[in-house]
Write a protein that binds this ligand. Structure first.
Ligand code: AMP
Length: 378
């Protein structure tokens, strides 16, 4: 899939370039009540694109959304702390206020697009995390201006396209996380592409319950059982856990207050127990599959990895992915965090920052933001 790159913009010297960034970073108030950035990773990640433009003599205006102010000014969601941080790193860039303070952004209002691009010559989209949104600043400017993907968008699109178009085989998918309903469409689409699809985490229990296993008090979504059953019947690529680390209900099953005793069960889980991680036999099976892979895509934890009692499965899979020596792509907050906490980032080919956008790209093979860049008439 060809997407126009920065080089396709031609000479940017003296031109005004609007860059859609993703500065949606966590903030908190310090002891003086001032907003303070907790993690500036996304701001630092925007530098290669912004610097490329500044170094070539462009006047650069950056814009982004922060949180969900629903079209109204909200002092907690001002872009000021992000602008301050960016100016410490690259003083030449102008920063617009939070796009979502205007209703027109989420409503994709054409009048808002025209307002946004007043006095602007070129547009660059470097907000991959928002590329699945049909919002004004994402899909609007390419209709009126010569446009290109920034480095972050170009890299994500290249890596994710490679997975869909020409992965080295065996291609192994690993899906985890809590709810099967969030990812069932993705699992269905990926079953067409992968050679094996490992499913763990809370979502595995809907597949297991749907196919006649007893799962005790584990997380299930009964309205998904029919789809789960259909996928299990239709595909011999699905690999489900065979044993589980479970917690007894003498504590509470609620995620905040998880006390009780821990035990490993193979096959069925008794009524008063809740499966919160994959067990050691499953770990062994998954490790063997991952070690033989040439391409791995991993999204979502294999258990409740925030709790050290139930993080072994996720940690073992993180290690197996890092050690497999293959082309590996890891996406999703918890799986990427596990890789980072374990110091394995430099052994992963690509840590995807896109969240929902990455998953939607893998499911549909395209995103509104990428389509807009490709279809720009300039
Ligand atoms: P997601 O946001 O869908 O990727 O899900 C991530 C969440 O799934 C994490 O907060 C985990 O605690 C949760 N999770 C993983 N395994 C389980 C499980 N077996 N039961 C309940 N929640 C789980």
């Amino acid at each position: 899939m060809y997407i126009p790159q920065l080089e396709d913009l031609g000479d940017v010297k003296g031109k005004t370039v609007l860059v859609r960034c993703d500065f949606n970073v966590p903030v908190k108030r310090d002891e003086n009540g001032e907003l303070e950035i907790v993690d500036d990773f996304r701001i630092r990640s925007s530098l290669p694109t912004l610097k490329w433009l500044v170094d070539r003599g462009a006047r650069v205006v950056a814009c982004s959304h922060i949180g969900r102010p629903h079209g109204k000014y909200d002092p907690d969601l001002t872009i000021a702390p992000m602008a301050k941080r960016l100016h410490e790193l690259l003083p030449e860039v102008e920063v617009m206020e939070n796009l979502r303070f205007s209703k027109g952004e989420e409503e994709n209002d054409d009048a808002f697009v025209k307002e946004l691009i007043k006095g602007v010559d070129l547009y660059v989209d470097d907000a991959f995390g928002a590329a699945h949104r049909q919002h004004a600043s994402i899909v609007g400017p390419p209709k009126y201006l010569k446009s290109a993907a920034g480095r972050l968008v170009a890299k994500e699109a290249e890596v994710l396209s490679l997975l869909l178009e020409e992965p080295n085989r065996p291609f192994v998918g690993i899906m985890g996380g809590s709810k099967v309903s969030d990812k069932i469409g993705l699992i269905r689409a990926l079953l067409e592409k992968v050679d094996r699809m490992i499913v763990g985490g809370g979502m595995a229990f809907s597949f297991l319950a749907a196919t006649g296993h007893k799962v005790g008090g584990s997380l299930v979504e009964p309205d998904q059982f029919n789809t789960c059953k259909e996928l299990v019947r239709a595909s011999d690529k699905l690999v489900l856990p065979v044993d589980y680390v479970a917690l007894s209900s003498d504590g509470k099953f609620g995620l905040e207050e998880r006390s009780g005793s821990k035990e490993v069960f193979s096959g069925d889980i008794p009524d008063d127990w809740m499966g919160l991680d994959i067990g050691p036999r499953s770990v062994g099976i998954f490790e063997a599959i991952i070690s033989g892979a040439k391409t791995v895509l991993w999204n979502g934890p294999l258990g409740v990895c925030e709790d050290p009692r139930f993080s072994a499965g996720t940690r073992a899979v993180a290690t197996a992915v890092a050690n497999c020596g293959c082309f590996s792509v890891v996406g999703g907050g918890d799986s990427a965090a596990a890789i980072e906490q374990m110091g394995l980032s430099d052994r992963i080919s690509h840590l995807s920052t896109g969240g929902g956008a990455s998953l939607e790209f893998l499911e549909n093979g395209d995103l509104p933001g990428l389509k807009a860049l490709r279809e720009s008439p300039f």
